[in-house]
Design a protein around this ligand. Sequence first.
Ligand SMILES: NC(=O)c1ccc[n+]([C@@H]2O[C@H](COP(=O)([O-])OP(=O)(O)OC[C@H]3O[C@@H](n4cnc5c(N)ncnc54)[C@H](OP(=O)(O)O)[C@@H]3O)[C@@H](O)[C@H]2O)c1
Length: 266
Amino acid sequence: MSRVIGFIGAGKIVDIILTALAPRLAGDEVLVWNRTASRAEDLALRHPVRLASSIAELAERSDWIFIAVKPHAVAKVLSEAALHIREGSLVISMAAGVSLDALRSHFSASPFLARIMPNLPLGVGAGMTAVCLDQGVPEAQGQALLDLFSSAGRARIVEERLFDTVTALSGSGPAFAFLFIESMADGAVLNGMDRQMAYELAAQTVLGAATVILQAGKHPGELKDIVASPAGTTMAGIHSLERKAFRAIVMDAIDAAARRSRELNS
Ligand SMILES: NC(=O)c1ccc[n+]([C@@H]2O[C@H](COP(=O)([O-])OP(=O)(O)OC[C@H]3O[C@@H](n4cnc5c(N)ncnc54)[C@H](OP(=O)(O)O)[C@@H]3O)[C@@H](O)[C@H]2O)c1
């Protein structure tokens, strides 16, 4: 059945979502409203969306309303949308750190609410989207939301109390992985490899390692042991990483990002 899906906001993440989910949204009408109209117009040149003339129009017409503005702007756009959102509509916020309680506070009779946290690789069909459904969201709607984001990677339900951790792990995580891949490639360049070749080998290696973990469902340590033969090259590299507290450095990075997320949200 065809739905009307509204996006309040037309920033980077909406562009990524519209690219990634295009095949799944093909049968739906997509409405977009953005504070800066030219940005929404630019989006409409690249995606089959219609521009709403106001937040009120978008809210009245949409079955699902994605809130995709900066966290500090959520209260403002919801105060404009609240009166116009129909009973039974689903409001899905992707604003980091805006709780379900904060979303609910804008409504006297609350619509169905959800939070999601997608990430950058969604744009290439390899996203990780965390979904938190408020109490009362009909199972079919929750499942449809999970199915939509699963079509461009993975999507799973995560409790709201873990959303700062999600922000650190799958939200910021791609940047940490980019740093790791760049560093691996630099090590190869140091040893005489051409830079483009080094990026290709490093990126494919990380992709392959991640795929093995997800497909085989094995513990990463068990897989590491398979690669690291006695007195071999891998063990020499692992020894070097461990002497410099590699694991603690990475754990600290996730912990720092999660703490920063909590700080920004308090
Ligand atoms: N990028 C990601 O990977 C990612 C992942 C998960 C969640 N998110 C969340 O998605 C939201 C948008 O992020 P983004 O990366 O798309 O950022 P962005 O490209 O900087 O876009 C920001 C959006 O917020 C709007 N906005 C900012 N201040 C506003 C205000 N006072 N009133 C109305 N609208 C306002 C902007 O409108 P104008 O064009 O008029 O400035 C624009 O539509 C954020 O809440 C972020 O936490 C992003």
